[in-house]
Design a protein around this ligand. Sequence first.
Ligand code: PHE
Length: 443
Amino acid sequence: MQQKREQWSSKIGFIMAAAGSAIGLGNLWKFPYIVGTNGGAVFLIIYIIFLILLGIPILLAEMAIGRSAGKNAVDSCKTINPKFGFVGGIGILGAFLVLSGYGVVGGWVIKYIFKSFSYDNFTSDFFNEYISKPFEPVIWTFIFMALNVLIVTGGVSKGIERVSTVLLPLLLIFLFGLMIYSVTLPGAVDGIKYFLVPDFSGINSFSDISKIAINAMGQVFFSLSLGMGTLITYGSYLPKKSDLVSNTIMVVTLDTAIAIISGFTIIPAVFSFGLEVTGGPGLIFQTLPAVFMNIKGGSFISAIFFTLVLFAAITSAISLLEVIVSWFSDKTGLSRTISSVIAGGAAFLIGIAASLSFGTLSGIKILGMNIFDFLNHAADKVVMPIGGFLMCILVGYIWGIKPASDEISNGGSLRFRLKPLFAAAMKFIAPVLIIIIFISSLF
Ligand code: PHE
């Protein structure tokens, strides 16, 4: 007899958990520095266009697959068509890659919670020195991963939902306050302009455009947790009567709001303190301490802030781990606990190499990138878009728009106004766009 699948205990619980998966380091850490290294407002515009053409339809498609089949990512895809289990499989590989790199940055965040109390001797070189150390960052990465394993072991509604429901609203309020502070700093106006007023003077060739496009597409996938079965897995725990469209819109809106607020917090501060907006992955770790040092009681604010960032990172990391564990434990019959330990442990081992690639292993280059950059690149510019592309083919051509729309509209009992966009996106726009951007990025 089949066991009844666990379900989310409430609508808001699901939204919080799905938004919790989406909102994470992708919004708080990655978005501001990707905006910074891709020319500011021009990137923002392309990002928003891709959000509508790729993000919303693919997110909806994944949720529909998951809820229709009610199984893990691989088996859900198999239920749609027995030959398509590999689409979920690609997702699991992707989740693995992302999780390994995520653990490293999660470890930096924990370090910064404690570092908050000694900013008096802070220089922005501290970050580069710290991440190149051989031991300490690895230990924090281990702790980050262990926390995730503990939560995932606790089960779906008990663990994930409870953490997300409390912490997301807190993060939103706190970040908003910080943004207000940041945009009123002296010289912040230049940052606001950089973020909002497009400057095309930096775009001189086709390769400039294709670089921005591939980064924007990768960021849409990364930030919304797309193309890797996360939403299939979460959707599989959704009750049959829930409204997939409104869930999708809520998740996309929350995710985008947090990314933009984070941009408004970091970028004006970067300009105000005369730092480099193109600083890359260290951007928030170099900018925020400067902000906090400037505020009375900044140490405490810093500690609270990085703690909230940590929680946002954890609610994303558990969704990555959940994708792997849900498949692995269904497949092997091993318990959740053992499956979580194995998956988390394996991701940690790769995480060690990624962490060391800033120091001891910095000589190792794959396609010209260090191990950390390579993992990131492979995940959001290769595996996730391929996963997204296959998701479109699966829904647009194999499952079919009609059955998919029936699932989305709960058998016709809800109005599905976005159906024309959804159909066009699944069958043509998204797959074609993904292919063009993907191929142009190879040159
Ligand atoms: N969306 C998460 C973030 O923005 C990362 C993530 C990617 C989580 C893929 C799950 C799946 O941080």
